[in-house]
Design a protein around this ligand. Structure first.
Ligand code: AMP
Length: 251
């Protein structure tokens, strides 16, 4: 079986986000970019499944500007066998990414497609659900445990839901999106970073895949959230009640 993993290049989680002066988006120039943390978890899971003998190949795919190749190289250094880059200069909305992924799935025929549950830049949490809908494949979102059954050709997925844990049994091929507690992604070692340089990255354009890049919504303005005021430590419940009554006017 082949596993396809979607990895997105995003502003590193440790970077303090700044709004661009033109208020059209956030600053990405001279900012550290990394693989979306949930995508690292998705790739780690695919590599573990391959190491367990269930899968033969792990293919990492990314859509976006030319420097997505850096993210794919990180994925190859972690252990992916090869990569696919769909080069697009414009920002891609989840439905477009899902349409592009569908085309790649039709070319590659993977038995399992793993995505992060959300990208930490737009926090959409939509692409996995959309691609499962477009393909008509079963989906297990927010996976915190994945167990594959070779004989039955199924995946058992524990998912974190509001009420606790839910276990789903999916027939393969299926779409899985990963939650934080699924695993601890490995670091790429120096020898593997060197090896990754010679692993293949296939290029496509959206036109070659017959997908139109468009968005049904327009960004009007991006602004910083209001600054939060510092909190205060009160010495008694009476003081708290007094402040809630006379300053905050909430009781
Ligand atoms: P989102 O729906 O935007 O929160 O993204 C959820 C997941 O979809 C991400 O963790 C990735 O696995 C995948 N994804 C979204 N955008 C891209 C992209 N441009 N390239 C590759 N994968 C993506």
């Amino acid at each position: 079986m082949k596993i396809m993993v979607a990895v997105k290049r995003v502003v590193d989680y440790a970077v303090k986000i700044r709004v661009r002066p033109d208020k059209n988006g956030v600053e990405t120039q001279n900012v550290k970019m990394s693989m979306n943390p949930f995508c690292e978890i998705a790739l780690e899971e695919a590599l573990k499944i391959k190491e367990s003998g269930f899968a033969k190949e792990v293919v990492a795919v990314s859509m976006g500007p030319s420097n997505c190749v850096d993210t794919l190289r990180t994925g190859l250094a972690m252990g992916a066998d090869r990569a696919i880059h769909v080069e697009a200069s414009r920002d891609l909305v989840p439905l477009t990414v899902a349409k592009l992924l569908k085309k790649l799935v039709e070319v590659e025929n993977p038995g399992l497609l793993i995505l992060g549950k959300q990208a930490i830049d737009d926090d959409c949490n939509q692409t996995g659900q959309m691609i499962a809908g477009l393909l008509g494949w079963p989906q297990g979102t927010f996976a915190s445990k994945v167990v594959l059954d070779k004989e039955k050709h199924t995946a058992s997925v524990d998912r974190e839901v509001d009420g606790g844990l839910e276990t789903l049994c999916l027939d393969l091929p299926a779409v899985i999106t990963t939650d934080l507690r699924l695993n601890q992604p490995r670091y790429a070692t120096l020898p593997n970073i060197m090896k990754a340089k010679s692993k293949p990255i296939k290029k496509y354009t959206p036109e070659e895949l017959n997908v139109e890049i468009k968005s049904d919504f327009e960004v009007v303005q991006v602004t910083e959230p209001p600054k939060r005021k510092a909190g205060v430590i009160l010495s008694s419940v009476d003081e708290l009640i007094d402040k809630l009554k006379n300053e905050a006017h909430v009781i």
